[in-house]
Design a protein around this ligand. Structure first.
Ligand code: GLY
Length: 286
């Protein structure tokens, strides 16, 4: 890494169904101009949170009671500092997660306590018409019952990994969680080592039904392989294959090494991933 620019890679959430991949280029325009990897991932995820078609920030899915409860996590590989928020309702949860990291002695804040830190931030009190209609259809059809939890079309999250000209790494994830989740349910995105990870050697973000990532600490597994010398592509593929031995649920992992090598692998129907050179062909495993 000799160029003085931040390399940022983003994803828009794995889907169990095969659907057209949206462009994520809008999330990279300002992010690549960021001075640090940490600024780059925050900026990229804020733009993804603004995208009403993605399940994070504005446009998030509703829980079983028809309410948004958003989770986000951010990790600074250079300092080892981490921040996360769960069950919040602000427009840019990733920035609230960064505030937890920067302005408190804590790592993870929930609900009202996290919202008390959101002074001067825009509060979000709902979601898009599309998500409201989806919720009402599901309510009528019984699709909100627990046996439908994590169904293929219910899965998505956004995230970013970045490396800057000092070879510092960062990662961030943000999500509305899984459609129809029980109130109070916490996913993997804000949990370090599950859905988000960064160190001096690796930055990793995950997407899929969070329970699978929480039970396996999937992002930490990918990072460990990279820190031990594996190429990020190989590391992602190995951990996705392992997840496949435990569950049929769609899952994706995006990872970056300090030398700029990148990898992305998934199981499921489709997964948009983009980087500085445009869409990244994430490898789909059976
Ligand atoms: N991967 C997002 C969630 O399960 O909440």
């Amino acid at each position: 890494m000799t160029e003085s620019r931040t390399h940022v890679y983003v994803h828009g959430g794995v889907s169990g169904t095969d659907k057209p991949l949206p462009s994520l280029a809008h999330s990279l325009v300002e992010a690549v101009a960021a001075a640090t990897a940490l600024d780059g991932v925050e900026e990229a995820v804020r733009r993804l949170e603004d995208d009403s078609e993605l399940n994070a920030g504005w446009g998030s899915v509703l829980n079983r009671n028809g309410v948004i409860e958003l989770d986000a996590g951010i990790a600074d590989g250079a300092t080892g500092r981490v921040g996360g928020v769960v069950g919040v309702s602000v427009r840019y949860p990733v920035s609230l997660a960064r505030r937890v990291m920067r302005s408190t002695p804590h790592v993870l804040m929930a609900g009202d306590g996290a919202m008390a830190l959101a002074e001067s931030m825009e509060v979000l009190d709902g979601t898009t018409e599309r998500q409201i209609e989806r919720y009402e259809r599901a309510l009528d059809s019984g699709e909100l019952e627990v046996q439908h939890y994590g169904a293929d079309e219910h899965v998505d999250t956004v995230g970013a990994v970045a490396v800057d000209s000092s070879n510092h790494l960062a990662a961030a994830s943000s999500t509305g969680g899984v459609f129809g989740k029980l109130p109070g349910r916490v996913g993997d995105s804000a949990i370090f080592g599950a859905g988000t990870y960064a160190s001096t050697g690796a930055a990793v973000v995950g997407t899929g039904v969070g329970e699978l990532f929480l039970e396996t600490l999937a992002s930490a597994r990918v990072a460990r392989l990279i820190e031990e010398g594996a190429h990020p592509q190989s590391a992602c593929e190995r951990v996705i294959a392992y997840l496949g031995t435990r569950s049929d649920a769609p899952a994706g992992l995006l990872a970056l090494a300090a030398n700029g090598q990148v990898g992305a692998a998934y199981r499921g129907g489709s997964w948009p991933v983009e980087g500085p050179s445009g869409p990244l062909g994430a490898v789909c495993l059976e």
